[in-house]
Design a protein around this ligand. Sequence first.
Ligand SMILES: Nc1ncnc2c1ncn2[C@@H]1O[C@H](COP(=O)(O)OP(=O)(O)OP(=O)(O)O)[C@@H](O)[C@H]1O
Length: 453
Amino acid sequence: MKYPATVLILDDNLDLLTAARLCLKPHFQQVLLLSEPAELLTALTQQRVDILLLDMNFQRDASSGEEGIFYLKQALNTQPDLKVVMMTAYAELPLAVRAMQLGASDFIAKPWQNEQLLRTLQQQLVTKAASHVPVTAAVDSLPMLGESPAMQQVQHLISKAAATEANILLSGESGTGKALAAQAIHAASARSLGPLITVDMGAIHSSLFESELFGHKKGAFTDAKSDYSGRLMQASGGTLFLDELGNLPLAQQAKLLTALQNRTVVAVGSSQPQPFDARLICATNDNLAQKVQSGEFRQDLLYRINTIEITLPPLRQRREDISLLLNWYLQHYCEKYQQTGLRITPGDLKLLCQYDWPGNVRQLAHAVERAVVLAEGGIADFSQLFTVAASNSSGLAYETAGSATEQDFTLDYVEQKTIAQALQYYQGNISQAAKALGLTRAALYRRMEKYQL
Ligand SMILES: Nc1ncnc2c1ncn2[C@@H]1O[C@H](COP(=O)(O)OP(=O)(O)OP(=O)(O)O)[C@@H](O)[C@H]1O
């Protein structure tokens, strides 16, 4: 039986490509080969890929791995849920660790044994299946819940704003539902039949900013193998959702402002402005007014985007909604994991309603999912969350040096511990934790799912 998955192998060594294809073809539905790294972006935009097997070095005698890192970032920016396995002939641990910090899922040293390669890729598919509902995908189908006065006010603003063409700024802590609100606004607007194009501004590499947003012409730069329309044009007729806007560097803020003011884009390699027609929604978990004061955010850009500002309140400021959300997610995950009759004990419910939920609804949903999976005797098991809350630490058992065990030295363990500490330090702020860890937000989410944080 073949895995219903597509593997893309990128290496400039044609013999290696052939050998890898021979090894993998009997086991995977589709195995694609690429010898030209400049074509990676096009390949990923044209074709859904599950696993990318990526070489670290492309130029002759190169051993720094920088090219591999560059293409890794490019691949994850294009397809954030992609599993990337790095291949390196120079199996230096620091390089592999760096690649994994940047979002690679695993690495394999060349020359590999066929069995080892197969096992590594199979493992990626298992992890991919286990992380089932990615956070972003879950947003698509979930309703926006909340009966507290604060949420009723938010719902009211959403329906009023949706009926207009006004630019909207959504603010609020991480996990409070800004992306969900953007979807609700789009769905309730006259543009609902058009596209909703989301751009994570924190995840776009500065060198790709203009090309990604405004498009490029074929031949405008080395990698530009064909014309690309860009996100603003793609959103025409629909809604453009710029997430994590507070992370945008000043130079790029100026370019974005010009495009928004003129409602035109000039593709890289062109001098011809093209009009675009998209409704703008922006989101941030930063205080942009404060960033204006400190000179990190342009005031004119803020005025352009915040015609209507909607602030999503943190869960701790609307505790009335906690039990509603707990029950809704309990039912949701019971259906998903085919559990029946699970309940939350009154004692647990009380504690859960008192808890501050620094990661807001996202954290609550994850906690319920975990509790459903770990449930025994018909009772949802929140013990892991309570351990975290009680110790006010990451929930991991930190042994002293004297009691260290072998597992303390595994990369997985060290990574998990570091991520948990960063999340705790930044009080659940995903963007700040991701930045400190040197990860994209998508890569951090993937790891949080993996380690159940
Ligand atoms: N009011 C709500 N009702 C039900 N689910 C919600 C609600 N708010 C958020 N969620 C869920 O919580 C998760 C996080 O929401 P979302 O991604 O919209 O948050 P966010 O504020 O955009 O976070 P970030 O700033 O980290 O991107 C999603 O799975 C979403 O469906």
